[in-house]
Design a protein. Sequence first.
Length: 64
Amino acid sequence: MLKHIRVWVARYDAWCGRMGFVPENRRCCAPVRYDEEDARHPANRAARRQATQKTEDEQARALD
């Protein structure tokens, strides 16, 4: 039974991907909760943005 459920969930996920129903194409204004380990979590995004900005600043200083 569990095997059949997994097959159907995999088919549904594949169908959603083909139809474009993926988180990247989300157009809803409803808030979304992300796991702490997820790269899309706001804290992780802010940290990644700061790291990127620091490296860009360092590269700009190196060129000067």
